[in-house]
Design a protein around this ligand. Sequence first.
Ligand code: COA
Length: 260
Amino acid sequence: MKYENIFIEHEKGIATLIINRPTKLNALNKATIHELHHAFYALETNAEVKVIVLTGSGEKAFVAGADISEFANFSVEEGTQLAKQGQELLFDFVENLKTPVIAAINGFALGGGLELAMACHFRVASDNAKMGLPEVSLGVIPGYGGTQRLPQLVGKGRAMEMIMTAGVINAEEAKTYGLVNHVVPQTELAALCYGIGQKIMKNSPVAISEAIKAINANFKDGVDGFETEIKAFGKCFGTEDFREGTTAFLEKRKAEFKGN
Ligand code: COA
């Protein structure tokens, strides 16, 4: 697939996926959502890629939201489909990837932009980042999972206030809320992600993907997270990575994980 709204950079096992519509502050239109789905799938199935970093091009925005110009005239049915398809194609898809995905929030992450960052496995931000779910100021609510993931990350009361006031918080507030893990100057954001990526890559890819599944199970209705953990834990015992990890420890050497 030829991408028009995104591009990908590779550096030693870390793929950086960059949303590239700078004149629209990287707003998520339909085409970008499809391209992101395709790119995430391609990266997930590329054995060379151990960590994915998602960010926006330019210095101003991660993603300033869903593209308002695309849905301004939508009907009830079209609005419902917009949320459903978006959640399936991108937001739930990213959350359930086996490969770790870090959101590098390099500026505005509003509406669908913050929802996309929240679908990633964790978030880091530059100190100019601004985050919020301002949908009620447009007469609509978050539709890409924001009403579910924001309370999971910051608690119900803070989520209620942020969504009701359409408020925007800065990077330090987001860190206090637990919405982002680290805040650094923008010039240091890529290096921070690379450093975290390097730490992740030292560990077993199979175990990491099982850990993602087990952690996500805690937030899924009708799924017993403890039961998921037991099964995932047991599954690890049948892997080459487990044999290598335990053998390397006993032999007092560094493990060389193959990811199987
Ligand atoms: N959808 C579509 N276009 C968007 C957009 C969005 N969510 N966010 C920004 N843009 C476009 C603007 O329309 C403008 O395009 P134009 O130059 O063709 O007019 C361009 O991006 C630059 O944005 P602009 O508003 O001029 O920049 P700013 O620095 O004055 O303001 C924001 C930045 C982020 C505060 C402002 O763009 C904004 O409020 N965006 C919408 C945020 C939002 O409500 N998101 C939730 C959507 S569900």
